[in-house]
Design a protein around this ligand. Structure first.
Ligand SMILES: Nc1nc2c(ncn2[C@@H]2O[C@H](COP(=O)(O)OP(=O)(O)OP(=O)(O)O)[C@@H](O)[C@H]2O)c(=O)[nH]1
Length: 408
């Protein structure tokens, strides 16, 4: 039983945006506490012959159960509206019955904090704060301990003070929240982006892959590597190399649809995730990337720097685990390199079948051009077995996916 409760509490709302998860977890506890409070109030008020309050507390306890259920069903706004309304009503009734100084008026501040710490639109916060203020003032007006006195009636004085306190709290909370959100956005961006290319960084793109795999989203993986990039650096300098990487980043972004993900996973190695597409479509996306790169190569100081890429494609339904999916794409990338670079290897009928799309661009410095202009299937088998084994091992050792298992 405790395990069931703990699993229920730790339920991870993965469908919620990251910034809403904190709200989800924090408020679930607050709602459960409120529910407990209302439940406790029923016998408490009954004991003191406050049948109206005991009855109202019972109703509130039931409303809280509904609020918790809505919250857990990701109906966060609805749950919040219900819970805050219930608490406001309870506070109002308590002030009405017991008057001020019994402590129930402070529950209005809890409601206000509840509203302002939730991720609501600014205008919703303004409207609800005003409404809450009216309710609080009306509670003061009906409070039995209030009486008229002097030029200013007591409730006017108290309302003015209440307003001042509300305003200060709202300003403080708003400011604090705005700052937190600002820095959070900044940190999120810094933590998820690759500084050079502005694509997702390795950790983030792998997290997407893990999420999709866990959620059973069928996808294609494109492992893409710039050919002979060391030569580009050696011939033109590191600054040009960086510009080439930035260009590749822009090109990937331009080729992808909404919902696709691209990230830089190593020096000149990129990973692209394409949800819900098959092998043929994935090959055509990879081909589009290659021809776009051929048509518009990176330009540095007015001079084009021809560069090509090799791409390994793997489809999720071909394998049983995410690790295998990544390794398959990686292996196919290795075969694209081995077969002469500047081509796409996507498997198919034969595991090692490749495809190179026609391309009119000249090979980059150092590229043997083995893959250029070919539109044929390339099969494994025509190379020295021992060389292959050694090269494979070397590649495996340098692959970003061979060192860190992605899952499990
Ligand atoms: N300019 C620049 N170069 C980088 C960066 N990260 C890695 N590199 C360089 O990329 C080169 C990669 O070289 P290799 O691993 O030999 O690969 P390659 O020359 O592309 O050869 P193939 O992959 O076999 O086609 C190295 O020289 C790295 O220094 C970077 O952020 N900027």
């Amino acid at each position: 039983m405790p395990r069931v409760i703990s699993a229920w509490l730790r339920h991870e709302p993965r469908l919620l945006a990251v910034e809403h998860r904190r709200f989800y977890h924090a408020y679930l506890w607050v709602y459960l506490m409120l529910m407990g409070l209302f439940v406790v109030w029923v016998p408490f008020f009954t004991l003191f012959n406050e049948s109206r309050l005991a009855f109202a507390s019972g109703i509130m306890a039931l409303v809280s159960v509904l609020g918790v259920m809505l919250h857990r069903a990701h109906q966060l706004t609805l749950g919040l509206a219900l819970m805050m309304s219930a608490l406001t009503l309870m506070a109002w009734l308590s002030v009405f019955c017991f008057g001020l100084s019994a402590g129930y008026e402070y529950y209005f501040f809890i409601v206000m904090a509840g509203i302002h710490l939730a991720p609501l639109a600014a205008r919703v916060r303004v409207v609800t704060t005003l409404m809450l203020f009216m309710v609080a003032v009306s509670a003061l007006m009906v409070s039995p301990v209030l009486h008229e006195g002097g030029v200013l009636s007591a409730w006017v004085l108290q309302s003015t003070n209440l307003f001042a306190v509300f305003l200060m709290m709202v300003t403080f909370l708003w400011r604090m929240l705005a700052l937190t959100e600002h820095f959070e956005r900044q940190y999120l961006k810094d933590a998820s982006r690759d500084e050079l290319t502005e694509l997702l960084n390795r950790r983030q793109i792998l997290r997407h892959a893990e999420d999709w795999w866990r959620d059973g989203v069928p996808c294609a993986v494109l492992m893409l590597d710039a050919d002979n990039f060391k030569r580009v650096n050696d011939l033109h300098g590191h600054a040009v190399g960086d510009e080439v990487l930035r260009h590749l980043g822009r090109l990937l972004t331009a080729t992808l649809r909404q919902g696709d993900r691209a990230g830089r996973v190593g020096g000149e190695e990129f990973l692209v995730l394409l949800p819900r597409i098959g092998r043929t479509e994935a090959i055509s996306v990879a081909g589009r990337m290659r021809s776009l790169l051929a048509k518009s190569p990176p330009v540095f100081a007015g001079t084009p720097v021809p560069v090509t890429v090799s791409i390994g494609v793997a489809i999720s339904h071909e394998v049983d685990s995410l690790d295998e999916l990544m390794q398959l794409a990686d292996r196919r990338l290795y075969h694209a390199k081995h077969n002469g670079r500047d081509q796409v290897v996507a498997g198919g009928e034969h595991e090692m079948t490749g495809l190179a799309t026609a391309d009119a661009s000249p090979p980059p410095p150092g590229n043997d051009g083995g893959g250029l202009g070919k539109a044929e299937a390339v099969e494994e088998g025509a190379r020295d077995k021992e060389d292959d084994r050694q090269e494979k091992q070397r590649h495996k050792d340098s692959s970003p996916f061979s060192r860190t298992p992605l899952v499990g």
